[in-house]
Ligand binder design. Structure first.
Ligand code: FAD
Ligand code: NAI
Length: 469
């Protein structure tokens, strides 16, 4: 039942995967709902400048690479001279983005969610200024997401296309001859892969001694080997200390992370991808007495309540991995909690995927985290080289690793590298949600021949009994 002293039962600030999902679920639960969004289109970072355009370019560039660099010829397909129409590839990406952002607008209408256009600023805990209008609501959900962390001394200018962030790298007008990626994390490797496949020489400058922080140690080691094999130059344990633009070139100064002699690298484009930070500037948190933590995040309890009564927060602006599906699940849970139901997200089982080729995916604890948490572990590792489908498809890079508690056999984490790792990891996540042991996975019948059999064999390996190795 609506409380008529407010314009809405729920106002969600931000229409990314966290906010738009929260708004739709709140409306589905019978609450009068509005969503404030400053951007011209709905869908947030993910649909406009994140997950979707990057995956469109990853797909397009992989098709080009297969046709151009001999993968098709391996199977006897003669394509003749293959050339790239970058404008057409970009147009197809834009079409996918438009279809999906338009789709959210349709879903808002269908579910009677009102889109209030403009930048939202809190006046008090129930009143928000959105552009020229004032909106009041009984409950307010902050889902303002995140944006690129700047690197002092390397100033991004997406319009010039010389020093860009992820948004600029999704929209370069031509293939840079030499692209330097600062940060060997998810964005650096996905977008570095796109341009590497399209013909750029790619150098990745990473501060740490390995790529992909947060992933299992074995996966990180293998990632270095795989990306090197794909032609990327890796400068690990290296920091960038400055950038100078001269004409159409950028000269970066880099030096060893632990200090040492500086050197210069000249590039035709530079991608800054050193992480993202929560969006809370201009939100007027001070007007409701809400502070952010030292990482700029809004802290919540298990139900996504902030310290301020009736104000909730989800997605990239709260602690946890900055992932679209984590934001979506929190969106559903927060709406259910506001409606008086029980909304829960199991933060221990959130899969993460890097959509390169092969894909890198994981869920649960890394081996290092499991040991640190005091578990005695047993693990099984199965190479894709011994998987029949990967052999038949000639895509044998990678492995699957299952980490289980040695005493209880309960699965603590699953890590995989292979061409379908992003799809495979769903099975592992589901098994872990049901509290599976490695034996449960090992005795589940997996279709043959599939890459997924490698997960079964890795699980068999926990007890020391894989068949095909
Ligand atoms: P966002 O999507 O950032 O949405 C927040 C929205 O709030 C924005 O539209 C913003 O305009 C709006 N907003 C902010 N402040 C205000 C205000 N004061 N008033 C009104 N509106 C406001 N994640 C994955 O899981 N898989 C991927 O493949 C993936 N790929 C990515 C690729 C790239 C290049 C990038 C940059 C990110 C990628 N991510 C991916 C991360 C994913 O995009 C984010 O985790 C996700 O979008 C977070 O959702 P959110 O709803 O919390 O915030
Ligand atoms: P990231 O945290 O994944 O990687 C940043 C990398 O930069 C790290 O390896 C870090 O050690 C390095 N770094 C930091 N400062 C540096 C410096 N000064 N010099 C050199 N290296 C430095 O962040 P990224 O790639 O920017 O992505 C941001 C977030 O967006 C990700 O954490 C992820 O949550 C999300 N994302 C998710 C995707 C997916 O799910 N497939 C795809 C793209 C982004």
């Amino acid at each position: 039942m609506s409380d008529h002293s407010y314009d809405y039962d729920v106002l969600v600030i931000g229409a990314g995967p966290g906010g738009y999902v929260a708004a739709i679920r709140a409306a589905q639960l019978g609450l009068k709902t509005a969503c404030a969004e400053a951007r011209e289109t709905l869908g947030g970072t993910c649909l406009n400048v994140g997950c979707i355009p990057s995956k469109a370019l990853l797909h397009g560039s992989e098709l080009f690479h297969e046709a151009h660099d001999g993968a098709m010829e391996t199977f006897g397909i003669k394509t003749g001279k293959v050339s790239l129409d970058l404008d057409a590839m970009m147009a197809e990406k834009t079409k996918a983005v438009d279809e999906l952002t338009g789709g959210i607008e349709f879903l808002f209408k269908k579910n009677k969610v009102t889109w209030v256009k403009g930048l939202a600023t809190f006046q008090d805990a129930h009143t928000v200024q959105v552009g020229d209008t004032t909106v009041t609501a009984k409950d307010i959900v902050i889902a303002t997401g995140s944006s690129v962390t700047p690197l002092p001394s390397v100033e991004v200018d997406n319009d010039k296309g010389l020093i860009v962030d992820s948004t600029g790298a999704l929209d370069l007008k031509k293939v840079p001859k030499h692209l330097v990626v600062i940060g060997g994390g998810v964005i650096g490797l996905e977008l570095g892969s796109v341009w590497n496949r399209l013909g750029s020489d790619v150098t990745v400058v990473e501060y740490l001694d390995q790529l992909l922080p947060g992933m299992d140690g074995d996966v990180r080691k293998e990632a270095g080997r795989i990306f090197k094999k794909q032609g990327m130059a890796l400068k690990l344990k290296t920091k960038v200390t400055g950038a100078a633009v001269k004409g159409k070139k950028v000269t970066l100064t880099v030096e060893p992370a632990a200090s040492g002699d500086a050197e210069e690298i000249t590039a035709d484009a530079v991608l800054v991808s050193i992480g993202r930070r929560p969006n809370t500037d201009g939100l007027g948190l001070e007007n409701i007495g809400l502070e952010t933590n030292n990482r700029g995040q809004i802290e919540t309890d298990h139900d996504f309540r902030t310290k301020v009564d009736s104000v909730w927060a989800i997605g990239d602006c709260v602690p946890g991995p900055m992932l679209a599906h984590k934001a979506e699940d929190e969106g559903i849970a927060v709406a259910e909690n506001i409606a008086g139901e029980t909304g829960i997200v199991n933060h221990a089982v959130i899969p993460g995927v890097v959509y390169t080729m092969p894909e890198f995916a994981g869920v649960g604890l890394t081996e290092e985290e499991a040991k640190e948490a005091g578990h005695t572990i047993k693990s099984g590792k199965f190479p894709m080289m011994a998987n029949s489908r990967a052999k038949a498809n000639r895509d044998t890079d990678g492995f699957v690793k299952v980490i289980a508690d040695a005493e209880t056999d309960r699965v603590l984490g699953v890590w995989c590298i292979n061409s379908v790792a992003g799809t495979m990891i769903a099975q592992a996540a589901q098994a872990m949600e049901f509290g599976a042991t490695s034996e449960d996975i090992a005795y589940t019948c997996h279709a043959h021949p599939t890459h997924s059999e490698a997960l079964k064999e890795a699980a068999m390996g926990v007890q020391g009994k894989p068949i095909h190795m």
